[in-house]
Design a protein around this ligand. Structure first.
Ligand code: GLN
Length: 192
């Protein structure tokens, strides 16, 4: 099926839904495990990963999303969503009682890695499989500090990966829904 879910607990989910609809996908907002039925992929948006982790755990969506992936579903995490996918997360040791994230993608991330003063910026990226440079919006973005041997790096910035793919998992540390360019969304639909 071409039905795609957008995790709609918090953050920039509406813009993702709009981009995917422009490409002809049928959209389901995901708030509970039952919303995953019949979907082929789910986008996890940018926002605040610690808030999302609490909401995912409270609703049983953490386990449900891992089961969804194991059963053949594709997942794309953007910014906070990429943090949710990462196996190792640095930079949240100050948050007590935080439930674990999904930990599915073999990479390590550092939250809020681009400093306080310049914590938001845009830059053109060369992305593998996209024809034109992609204008990427980084908003209090994490850095990908390690990737496993099975992880493909699709784009880099400042010598570090910013778009990676491992099987049916895609992670981007920027906000592709803000670019007015549906290239990254097309790349995700190609995984389904
Ligand atoms: N700084 C946020 C976090 O750590 C991510 C920012 C974003 O998604 N734009 O969760």
């Amino acid at each position: 099926s071409r039905a795609v879910g957008v995790l709609a607990l918090q953050g920039a989910f509406r813009e993702h839904a709009q981009a995917l609809r422009r490409l002809g996908a049928e959209i389901q907002e995901v708030r509970l495990p039952a919303d995953l039925a019949g979907l082929s992929g789910v986008v996890m948006p940018g926002g605040e990963s610690t808030t999302m982790r609490r909401l995912l755990a409270t609703r049983g969506l953490d386990t449900a999303l891992c089961d969804f992936h194991a059963a053949g579903g594709a997942l794309w995490g953007t910014c906070a969503g990429a943090i949710l996918l990462a196996r190792d997360i640095a930079g949240d040791s100050d948050v007590p009682g935080l439930p674990p994230a999904l930990g599915l993608l073999d990479m390590a991330v550092q939250r809020n890695a681009y400093g306080r003063q310049v914590d938001s910026f845009t830059t053109p990226l060369t992305v593998q499989e996209l024809q034109a440079p992609f204008e990427a919006f980084f908003i209090r973005a994490p850095a990908i500090t390690r990737v496993g041997a099975g992880v493909e790096v699709l784009a880099q910035y400042g010598g570090q990966p910013v778009a990676v793919r491992e099987g049916r998992l895609l992670a981007t540390t920027f906000h592709p829904e803000l670019s007015g360019d549906d290239g990254m969304h097309r790349l995700f639909l190609n995984l389904l």
